[in-house]
Design a binder for this molecule. Structure first.
Ligand code: SF4
Ligand code: SF4
Length: 114
């Protein structure tokens, strides 16, 4: 097969019916501003934890919204709840509370100990 200098990603489908949306729904119920996220990445750019690790709140927001919880379940431990991301968010998402609630939700629905 001829090489073009790039590769094509494998097809990927998101099946919302199979994904677990309970974490996202718990967050939205208790912090409705979570819905306002436009995935701009401002929070990730300002993130204290993101300066030292691969942690990205933008990615977490997207994955949790889709009900894809495997990466968030572990990555969320890296957040130190400093709140810098909340100050920077152009959409007024209370990101610190979103993370706090996500940790609660993982404990509640997922037997996840933090
Ligand atoms: S800064 Fe706010 S709007 Fe942008 S990705 Fe983060 S939470 Fe979403
Ligand atoms: S609260 Fe967490 S996600 Fe937000 S800037 Fe601090 S370490 Fe990063």
């Amino acid at each position: 097969m001829e090489k073009f200098g790039f590769s094509i990603s494998k097809g990927r489908q998101i099946n919302y019916d199979l994904n677990d949306r309970r974490i996202a729904e718990f967050i939205i119920e208790n912090e409705p501003s979570f819905r306002l996220c436009i995935a701009c990445g401002g929070c990730s750019a300002s993130c204290t934890a993101g300066n030292f690790t691969q942690f990205s709140l933008r990615e977490l927001n997207i994955l949790i919204s889709r009900g894809e919880n495997d990466v968030p379940r572990n990555d969320i431990k890296k957040c130190m709840l400093c709140g810098k991301c909340t100050l920077i968010c152009p959409r007024g998402v209370n990101t610190r509370n979103v993370i706090f609630l996500a940790k609660q939700a993982f404990r509640k629905f997922d037997s996840y100990a933090i």
